[in-house]
Design a protein. Structure first.
Length: 169
């Protein structure tokens, strides 16, 4: 059995290494960095507009990622009309959360290659696992947060790179 797992892992690595991974990612789906809130509202069916202290957000109709239903938030920082974040999320109860997280992680690896970073940590009684992919124009963060009672949330967050901040470093 162990030999079979090693063989399958090796075949998976060979298959992934043969696929061309993107050199850059400039948004998510129909959303491209630099689009305005108005442009984004034409690209997806919008349920509502929400503001918080940092973001103006469009909450779009849920999308299917494989067989996982995910909510969609498209955001622009206050003071800007340009989209700089897309967040997908789903809440869960029980074992399905771990399975869905693993499915999304596999799909992201297939599309973008292996993550550059990953961590597991605790905050209070919640367990948190995070993986990060970076590209010149975008960072992608996959996170699962799960409480001791097996309830939690999975998020996939696409963020535009702040070119001005990079220039200041």
């Amino acid at each position: 059995m162990k030999a079979l797992r090693i063989c399958l892992a090796g075949m998976f690595a060979v298959i992934l290494s043969g696929q061309a991974q993107p050199r850059d990612v400039d948004g998510w789906g129909k959303i491209h960095w630099g689009m305005t809130i108005a442009d984004a509202s034409q690209a997806y069916v919008i349920d509502r507009h929400e503001d918080n202290e940092f973001w103006s957000q469009l909450i779009a109709q849920p999308v299917m990622i494989g067989d996982i239903t995910m909510r969609v938030s498209i955001g622009a920082k206050h003071g800007s009309e340009q989209i700089s974040r897309v967040r997908l999320w789903t809440n869960f109860r029980g074992k399905n959360g771990a399975d869905d997280f693993d499915t999304l992680k596999t799909q992201l690896i297939q599309k973008y290659g292996p993550p550059i970073d990953g961590e597991t940590r605790s905050e209070g009684t919640d367990g948190i696992r995070t993986f990060l992919w970076t590209f010149p124009s975008t960072s992608i963060r996959l996170t699962v947060t799960q409480s001791q009672n097996s309830q939690g949330r999975i998020e996939v967050e696409y963020n535009a790179t702040d070119k001005n901040a990079l220039d200041a470093l």
